[in-house]
Design a protein around this ligand. Structure first.
Ligand code: G6P
Length: 484
């Protein structure tokens, strides 16, 4: 048992059943594509495990405090019955059929919206047939929320998979407060205008009382197209549409700083970090990348830049070592399969060319690592490389900076990550420019410890001011109706 942030005691994991409470008493419902637990897919392992990612730790304590409920999909079409609760939070599962998995999840969500919202790094695919599945699944989530929420309760909907839910829910339950938060970028109008069904998507979002984005730029991209396409009026933070007022704002997500700082001072994790460096051959510099294996993350480009740094002698095997963790993601999608294939080619080319027996140039892990191991890797790394082509926020950058409690370590960060606007002390780079990546890594390697420390202090100052619970509270507070 641990102490929760609202002063209550957090029960630990509960996979068993609880007596069903009166559903009308749910004052706060979170709606996200994924439940906070997912069925493990390992052979012979039929456990439910916490879903990875920041959202679960961001919302767990808030939902516990408010006796809340989480609506989501268990992550696979054929699954066993999910648990009724997770850490005391009630769960309600929404099923998605195999055909919907293909059209709603792989199709409209991840082949249309995901690439379009990420600067069209891959050409978005538009198929008319996917739209119906997107609508149907969104309606299923909206109905599940409408059936569960108490009169005048609060529903908080998350991310690009569920952009129609706000308005669908408003039609079913006009009494409730509805918030929507987009975790990924919202594209500039030149790109958004390409989207077939763009008006429906905007009208879906404008069904919310509050629409939140990671950064102010995304919020203004949204208000611009809402004015242009739907005739919404008003200033940038408040739109008038369809006789209602919709608040719009930036709520940059962050990490669980208390938890990460505790991990960073845990002797077992510190010892594991030393062991990792020993296993790597005690190099002078460890360069680390940790990303979901996604074409938006710029991993292949980064590895090409590192290979050229080995080629020109800036990096030397034995003295320097690269570690790249690529977390498996969306593996049934052909784009992701191709990305993995390409990545593994450049990794093996780098090792073939520049590795030595017993000291490879790059250590590549295509694995889901436990959080503690990730922390140990962050502690072991001298230079963290975060170079996505486009990213809503990027929590890896914030996790790295948060755990460097001794103020060492350097961060190379893409200008196109949401985190860039808060991390002025990072070594900023245009991830599309291979020469610039090389130059920036060189600069980071050559920067002395005093300047590196100053940079880290600046980054930590900004990052540690708020934690993920503040993020959830600030969104929910902004969602409350104005008293005036
Ligand atoms: C991003 C999205 C999330 C998504 C996660 C993992 O962080 O913003 O909505 O859940 O990627 O992707 P997946 O498709 O596995 O849910």
């Amino acid at each position: 048992m641990t102490q929760g942030i609202c002063g209550s005691v957090e029960p630990s994991w509960s996979g068993g059943s609880i007596s069903k409470s009166d559903p009308s008493r749910v004052e706060l419902v979170v709606v996200a594509n994924r439940l906070p637990v997912k069925q493990s897919m390992s052979l012979g392992d039929d456990e439910w495990r916490p879903s990875p990612g920041g959202l679960v730790s961001a919302l767990t304590s808030t939902l516990q405090c408010r006796n809340g409920l989480w609506i989501g999909w268990p992550g696979v079409a054929e699954h066993r019955e999910p648990p009724l609760t997770y850490k005391g939070i009630r769960l309600k599962s929404v099923d998605i059929s195999q055909a919907e998995y293909e059209d709603f999840y792989l199709g409209f969500s991840n082949a249309t919206l995901w690439p379009l919202y990420h600067d069209a790094i891959r050409a978005p695919t538009f198929r008319r047939a996917w739209w119906q599945a997107y609508r149907n699944v969104n309606m299923r989530f909206a109905t599940a929320a409408a059936e569960t929420i108490a009169p005048n309760g609060t529903v908080w909907i998350h991310d690009y998979q569920l952009q129609l839910v706000p308005n669908m829910l408003r039609e079913l339950r006009p009494d409730v407060r509805i918030g929507f938060f987009l975790h990924i970028p919202f594209p500039p109008s030149e790109l958004f205008m390409q989207l077939p069904r763009r008006r429906e998507i905007l009208a879906g979002l404008l069904g919310a009382d509050l629409v939140g984005f990671q950064v102010p730029n995304a919020a203004s991209n949204f208000t611009r197209v809402a004015r242009r396409l739907l005739g919404a009026t008003g200033v940038s933070s408040t739109l008038d549409y369809d006789g209602r007022t919709v608040d719009v704002g930036a709520f940059p997500i962050t990490v669980d700083t208390t938890r990460i700082i505790a991990k960073a001072s845990d002797p077992r994790i510190r010892e594991r970090a030393r062991e990792i460096r020993r296993n790597l051959g005690n190099p002078e510099i460890v360069l680390l990348g940790v990303d979901r294996l996604d074409y938006t993350k710029g991993i292949e480009q980064r590895i090409k830049a590192l290979t050229e740094l080995y080629a020109d002698g800036t990096l030397r095997s034995g003295q320097h070592v690269v570690v790249q963790v690529a977390v498996p993601s969306r593996e049934s999608d052909a784009h992701y399969d191709l990305e993995r294939h390409n990545l593994e080619q450049v990794v093996s080319a780098m090792n073939g060319e520049y590795g030595r027996v017993g000291s490879p140039a790059i250590h590549y892990l295509h694995q889901n690592l436990p959080f503690d191991e990730l922390m140990a890797l962050y502690l072991a790394a001298d230079i963290m490389l975060v170079t996505p082509f486009r990213d809503g926020m990027n929590l890896v950058a914030k996790e790295y900076v948060t755990c460097r409690t001794d103020l060492t370590g350097k961060l190379v960060l893409s200008e196109f990550a949401g985190a860039a606007s808060e991390m002025r002390g990072a070594f900023m780079v245009n991830p599309h420019d291979l020469d610039a990546i090389k130059e920036t890594i060189r600069l980071a390697m050559n920067t002395g410890s005093k300047e590196a420390r100053d940079r880290m202090v600046r980054m930590r100052h900004k990052t540690l001011r708020r934690d993920v619970h503040d993020w959830a509270h600030s969104f929910l507070e902004a969602l409350q109706p104005n008293e005036s």
